[in-house]
Write a protein that binds this ligand. Structure first.
Ligand code: ATP
Ligand code: MG
Length: 494
């Protein structure tokens, strides 16, 4: 049982109260509704504030100095002058009717209504269908949402099956709320979910992504994915994960691939790490199933190239879910480089510098954090935190060394000066060739040495020079090609 807080006027920020006053003073009704009421009752801080009213959009717009309208549902954003992000915009939406859904996706049209009751009836779950009047200090709870909150239950408003058939996203929202709040899904609602899962195939990727993100950002994302899988929803969200179920690994792992991924994700959540790290944790080994081979020699499974294939599969998954380009790049990069070797007793600083160069110095910390999750996710983390600390110390040291051409003790202009060469591709090749040397030995990063060496290098044929400059890159590309080639052979696909 949860103790439900009684809402009092004092819990409501001045800016929000003002909005209600303006609407009521003009002779209309104004009720807080949805997530903010639910969160107030649970003693959580509301993320944003939503009103519902019998005023129509044109009327609402006329009541406030600054407003905007950005959707088709008649919602008006009332803009407040404040630095508080949560109060900058208070949304006011006219009472609406649930209108026809011909595609389990979006209502065909929006019809406004004159009564609060009708508006509450169209809402998804009982806990989201409670309204609160600030001026009367009363809660309107027509579907026993308070009782469901108390008993920690997600229950559909009205006929569950009908409601899910209207809009299948609601079934994903049910899981999201269960996971976010630690609630259970009530039996009839659960039955209706199972009956309607297939309708998720018609929901837009953007809407699916938004709920998926909320599940991942909750405190229990592992439980969330488990629920999605058990209810047959995961195939509409990230079907590639399903391939990892029951796929056995080598002795370093207590769990099969799928469970390892979930536990790695959960650790990122336990650490309160941000979304991109949670995504990287969830997908880092997504391609282990298709790269798995039995090694007679080692007497165990190997997964050569799984990070290369996995980064491509991750890109495909995240792009498909319409994640922003920046997130896709960030996560794919972490998946690509998660296999770095980190035994401080066997590794050289130059290898550490190359790891930093591969992932980029802005992302090395994320990569180390991903490794922390990965190790916990094996279920058999080796007890060697001091070795990891030692590796981190090496990273700190290597971070002071040049790891990109921008950090060299020479630039293109100076190379042209000392070699008399005109602008052209050769300058870039020389810079990269110099970086290759400096990555191996940072002591060479002096103007004196680099200038002398630039003159030497410039004597080489252009193609030879290009080869030197691209050594690092070429090695990586060769690695990637080999890994992909092996997969294509195994699966006989293009
Ligand atoms: P959060 O705090 O995460 O924003 P929320 O409950 O506010 O949760 P929103 O997506 O912001 O969720 O929606 C606001 C309200 O609109 C919900 O509380 C619910 O009453 C209603 N609602 C949202 N989506 C649907 C839907 N697909 N079907 C029916 N009602 C919905
Ligand atoms: Mg909300």
């Amino acid at each position: 049982m949860v103790r439900i807080s009684k809402i009092s006027k004092q819990d409501i920020p001045e800016e929000v109260r003002k909005v209600a006053e303006v609407i009521e003073n003009a002779g209309y009704e104004a009720y807080l509704v949805g997530g903010c009421v639910r969160d107030l009752l649970l003693g959580r801080e509301p993320k944003d504030w939503d009103f519902t009213t019998n005023a129509r959009p044109e009327t609402i717009v006329g009541l406030f100095p600054e407003t905007y309208q950005n959707n088709d549902f008649g919602t008006v954003g009332v803009v407040n002058e404040t630095e508080n992000e949560r109060l900058k915009v208070v949304e006011v939406t006219p009472y609406r009717l649930e209108s026809g859904y011909s595609d389990a996706r979006r209502p065909d049209s929006v019809t406004f209504s004159d009564t609060l009751s009708e508006d509450l009836k169209r809402r998804d779950f009982t806990m989201n269908a409670i309204a609160y009047s600030i001026s009367h200090e009363t809660t309107i709870d027509e579907f026993d949402g308070l009782r469901d909150l108390e008993e920690k239950r997600v229950r559909a408003v009205g006929q569950a099956s009908e409601r899910f058939a209207e809009d299948a996203l609601r079934i994903l929202r049910a899981v999201r709320f269960a996971v976010e709040l630690g609630f259970v899904i009530e039996a009839e609602t659960m039955e209706a979910i199972i009956l309607n899962v297939h309708n998720l195939g018609r929901i837009s990727k953007e809407r699916i992504r938004d709920e998926f993100v909320k599940i991942l950002n909750s405190d229990s994302p592992m439980q969330g994915i488990v629920l999605l899988e058990k209810l047959g929803m995961l195939q509409y969200v990230a079907p590639d994960l399903l391939r990892g179920i029951g796929v056995e690994q080598n002795k370093a792992h207590a769990y099969h691939v799928y469970e390892h991924l979930l536990r790695t994700l959960q650790h990122a959540a336990d650490k309160k790490w941000p979304l991109h790290l949670r995504l990287a944790a969830l997908f880092h080994d997504v391609s282990k199933p298709e790269t798995r081979r039995w090694s007679e020699e080692k007497g165990t499974w190997t997964f050569h190239g799984h990070e290369v294939v996995g980064s491509r599969v991750t890109r495909k998954i995240l792009t498909g879910l319409k994640f922003p380009r920046e997130t896709v790049d960030l996560v794919t990069n972490l998946v690509r480089w998660h296999m770095f070797f980190s035994d401080p007793d066997q590794i050289t600083l130059s290898a550490v510098r190359r790891t930093i160069q591969n992932v980029g110095k802005d992302y090395i910390e994320d990569l180390l954090n991903l490794r922390v999750c990965d190790r916990i996710g094996t279920g058999r983390p080796k007890e060697q935190p001091f070795r990891f600390r030692k590796y981190k110390a090496m990273v700190d040291e290597a971070m002071r060394d040049p790891i990109s051409v921008k950090m060299l003790g020479i630039d293109g202009r100076r190379i042209m000066e000392v070699t008399g060469e005109k602008p052209g591709p050769k300058i870039g090749y020389v810079l990269h060739a110099l970086l290759e040397e400096v990555l191996d030995d940072p002591a060479k990063n002096t103007a004196e040495y680099l200038e002398k060496q630039a003159v030497e290098l410039m004597r080489l044929e252009e193609h030879e020079l290009e080869k030197r400059g691209e050594q690092g890159k070429e090695k990586r590309e060769k690695e990637e090609e080999e890994a992909l080639h092996a997969i294509k052979q195994k699966h006989k696909v293009v």
